[in-house]
Design a protein around this ligand. Structure first.
Ligand code: ASN
Length: 332
């Protein structure tokens, strides 16, 4: 008998009709889950309060999830996290980094339409998540959505208008759920080292997307004048930026103060590759770390995890360039 812990944080999936419109109704979803009962699996459901639209997720919610999974790691065979779709990829990424040495499945899921809708995608997503959480050799955090099981640190919400809400553009799926599930086990990560959960702290991590024109200089001034602990710059294509003097001076000044500046691409697919274009060099020379093909969601989570440990900026920069949880295709 597999024993699962289901942590229900909110999201569309568990909403019901109320006089104000669709809203999470405490107690509703745990009751609905009984319909998915099957032989060989039992679960305990913990409903968080308040149930959240995931756009409102905060660090405190991530701390609670990490703490709950850490405290129950030995007592359960697998974990399902029920979550809204808006920030699901962020939460999956935080869990992946903060649950180092995880040797059990943690499967995050939700839906585009609530279970009360006659065409809800929630039933399939939940059933697949439960199936995946029973795979004892899945030692990672995954997202189950629209008949796909995706690596959490690679997944992104790419569609707010169809059931195919998530994909992992730079990595193949971990499984596909057809009439028979196809488990792509050869691509699964294996636990290495002891389980070492890390409660995320509250570093100041910011992100800015470069736009043609005055934005480059504005980003540089912002970095120089109000330096955060880490800044993600979403650049063009393979990591290219204009060689704007204020941008580069800001990156240099912030880096000298210990701020970790990470260069990610705005493109959904592909990677920052310093040297592919001459236009990628100035930012790297000013001190920005190339983030390869990491998603912004994984980058925030990785920075959160690294900045929650006592590591020097140099150590953090070195770890950022390494693949820690399958989030990065190492440069050839
Ligand atoms: N706004 C909702 C949420 O993220 C969207 C959803 O779950 N489909 O909680």
């Amino acid at each position: 008998m597999k024993r699962l812990l289901i942590l229900y944080t909110g999201g569309t999936i568990g909403m019901d009709h109320t006089p104000e419109g669709l809203a999470p109704v405490p107690g509703f979803l745990p009751q609905q889950l009984a319909r998915l009962a099957r032989d060989g699996v039992s679960w305990e459901v913990r409903e968080y309060a308040p149930l959240l639209d995931s756009s409102a997720i905060t660090l405190a919610d991530w701390q609670r999830l990490v703490a709950d999974i850490a405290a129950n790691h030995d007592a359960f065979d697998g974990f399902v996290v029920i979550h809204g779709t808006d920030t699901m990829a962020y939460t999956a990424s935080v869990l992946a980094f903060c649950l180092q040495g995880l040797a059990k499945p943690v499967v995050v899921t939700g839906s585009q339409l609530p279970l009360v809708h006659p065409r809800s995608d929630g039933w399939g997503n939940l059933a697949d998540a439960i199936e995946a959480a029973c795979q004892g050799d899945l030692h990672e955090v995954a997202i189950s959505f629209n008949r796909l099981l995706l690596r959490g640190v690679r997944a992104r919400k790419l569609d707010a208008a169809s059931f195919a809400g998530f994909d992992s553009p730079n990595a193949p799926p971990l499984a596909q759920f057809g009439i028979q599930p196809q488990w792509h086990r050869a691509g699964w990560r294996q636990a290495s080292g002891p389980f070492r959960p890390q409660l995320p702290a509250s570093p100041d991590i910011r992100c800015g997307m470069l736009l043609p024109g005055a934005m480059a200089a504005a980003f540089g001034r912002w970095l120089a004048q109000d330096t955060p602990d880490a800044a993600i710059l979403l650049s063009y294509g393979n990591g290219n930026t204009p060689a704007d003097a204020e941008l580069l001076a800001g990156v240099q000044a912030a880096s000298a103060r210990g701020c970790v500046v990470l260069n990610l691409t705005q493109c959904v697919r592909g990677a920052v590759a310093v040297g592919a274009y001459a236009a990628s060099q100035p930012l790297a020379q000013a001190g920005a770390v190339a983030g390869g093909d990491m998603t912004p969601e994984a980058a925030q989570a990785k920075l959160l995890w690294l900045l929650s440990q006592s590591l020097s900026p140099a150590e953090i920069r070195a770890r950022l360039a390494e693949d820690c949880r399958g989030e990065l295709t190492p440069a050839a």
